[in-house]
Design a protein around this ligand. Structure first.
Ligand code: DNO
Length: 391
């Protein structure tokens, strides 16, 4: 697998010099300054590409070329937005940037309720607490009939939480779920936006009446338009699974399981239509067996995110050590090294540890925590290649 690293552009306080020192080969990044839905020009693409190459690295993957909400809910301006998407894809292909990650999650990308959950060893992890999430839905968003989506035992704990939660804790919850984790990935809500909850509710309303089948139709329509362009320019598109992999806030989610993956791969059955195999997202659904998924879909995987989770029976999800938990990273390395050895791979998320706590990073994207996991996984890769005689 190609050793890649997610880097947030020239403003990232983790520099390309630092990445070079730790053995990174490929960069995963986006044109973070271009608004969602706008065309990525050849000039901007080549400018960033040349900058990356001046450090002896290559721009391996775009994460993400975002899919605008109107494409997902099938709004009137989707045609224009899809045309723009095609031009961006063609421009990337012409520049030689050939792997493009995106997602098809309505309104909200990955969901975490706690960005700094302290572990016993003093490090911090990202965390999903289903009670806090249901609280956000029922008491902060006040979504109509939201209570009906949760079992009685969860709702009981939600009512209990309502008796003790402080205003500061509510603000922190809002910040974690819809501001800090979203701004840098989709641009839907950004830090500093006034009244993020209102903005969020307006976005949710765009999906009134959109069920799973309709969302699938809209994804198929999108793929039918863009995959021929990807094919023409030799670009591989790879959708990121939904995180967590189930419906939330009354919104459908359609990249959650083997059946879903099978569906979209067949919807437009072309090798340029592929998957980002995110072991963390997929393993956070108890219905998923990541080893089985990797065996089935390794050949249609264009990008790998290595991370692991621990999930309790009642739905709490902790981002685990990269070598433990349901992500089965060691076995995944073995499968991908055998089935798809040149696929770009990045460490997904890292703990906050040591001097990380004194720095400012996007949630999950610390330096020392990720570097630690990167070193662990590189050791696994070397061992697997040696043992399986894959060199
Ligand atoms: C979170 C990320 C996701 C991912 C997008 C891809 O850490 O894995 O936000 O980048 O879903 O479009």
């Amino acid at each position: 697998m190609e050793r890649t690293w997610r880097w947030f552009g020239k403003k990232d306080n983790i520099t390309l010099d630092m990445l070079k020192q730790i053995g990174v080969e490929g960069i995963v990044t986006s044109l973070h300054g271009v608004a969602n839905g706008e065309i990525w020009t050849s000039e901007d693409i080549n400018d960033l590409k040349n900058y990356i190459e001046s450090y002896g690295l290559r721009w391996a993957v775009v994460e993400s070329l975002p899919v605008s909400e109107a494409i997902k809910y099938g709004g009137e301006n989707r045609h224009k937005l899809i045309e723009n998407y095609k031009i961006s894809l063609a421009n990337l292909g012409k520049a030689g940037v050939k792997t493009i990650c995106y997602n098809f999650m309505p309104v909200i990308d990955w969901i975490r309720t706690d960005l700094n959950k302290r572990n016993d060893d003093g490090t911090y992890s990202l965390f999903f607490n289903p009670i806090k999430f249901a609280y956000f839905d029922c008491f902060i968003l006040k979504r109509k009939d939201a209570e009906k989506d949760y079992p009685a035992d969860i709702m009981k704990q939600v009512y209990d939480l309502d008796k003790t939660i402080t205003e500061a804790e509510k603000d922190e919850l809002i910040d974690s779920i819809i501001v800090k984790t979203q701004g840098f990935v989709s641009g839907n809500i950004r830090e500093g936006d006034k009244n993020p909850v209102e903005i969020f509710k307006q976005l949710l309303a765009l999906y009134d009446g959109i069920d799973k089948n309709q969302l699938r139709e809209n994804m198929k329509y999108f793929l039918e338009q863009v995959i021929p362009v990807a094919e023409e320019y030799g670009v591989n598109l790879c959708v990121h699974p939904d995180d967590p992999p189930f419906s939330v806030l009354g919104l459908p989610r359609i990249v959650t399981s083997a059946e879903d993956i099978d569906w979209f791969l067949k919807a437009v059955d072309n090798p340029h239509n592929g998957l980002t195999f995110c072991a963390g997202s997929l393993s956070s659904g108890l219905h998923n067996d990541v080893i089985d998924l990797a065996q089935r879909f390794a050949k249609r995987t264009h990008f790998v995110h290595l991370r692991s989770t621990e999930v309790s029976a009642d739905g709490y999800v902790l981002e685990a050590s990269h070598l433990e938990g349901r992500g089965h990273v060691i076995e995944l390395v073995r499968i991908f090294e055998r089935e798809n050895p040149s696929v770009p791979m990045r460490i997904d998320h890292g703990r906050l540890m040591l001097d990380d706590v004194n720095k400012t990073y996007n949630p999950g994207y610390s330096f020392l925590g990720r570097m630690y996991a990167f070193a662990q996984v590189m050791g696994v890769v070397a061992a697997v290649k040696e043992i399986d005689n894959l060199k």
